[in-house]
Design a protein around this ligand. Sequence first.
Ligand code: ADP
Length: 202
Amino acid sequence: MKLIGLTGGIGSGKSTVAALCRERGWRIVDADAIAREVVQPGQPALSELAAAFGKDILLADGQLNRKELARRAFADKQHTELLNSITHPRIQEETQRQFAAARGDGCDFAVYDMPLLVDNGLDKDMDCVIVVDVTPEERVRRLITSRGLEEDDARRRIAAQVPDEVRLAAATHVIDNNGTLDQLRERTIEVMDRIAAESPKV
Ligand code: ADP
């Protein structure tokens, strides 16, 4: 099975590319979805978080109050490390489980959709790395118009991620998404074709 890292800065169009890969029948392992799953009610990480940060991080219905957790966990480095020590092992375990399930199901291609792939040094574990590339200014525009973010918030989120040139340096395939959605579709199909051609079935 070929393991394909898919990444790009926030607002670059990564989710749109992942949807096209899914349409082609490639297995998607969605890092954001996994991060949400491991803190669902009933999961051990959620009770550990409540023990570490206080019951106020839970809503009345038992769901995680993300805002309150963020306020407490990002107050200082020590608390951030505590948060990571609880969630990271669970996230890692579930990610590996999904890669193994894809192999078990006989998938030829699995796409690891991970915004922080390069930030976290995980690009080294991939067979190839697709980076969706858009200028920061255009990303700010799309985050405001399509996602309803405030401009300051969009800029802050972009600045918190690894610089574009560092992400691009890790790419084996770059998809330029400064154009239209139709162009994004065409370019994604081209890259998928190339990756499939690089991996002849034995
Ligand atoms: P990411 O997952 O990388 O944060 P998304 O795929 O959610 O980014 O795209 C961010 C927003 O920009 C979405 O609302 C998406 O529909 C829109 N978008 C993506 N590509 C284009 C494009 N080429 N032209 C216009 N809007 C786009």
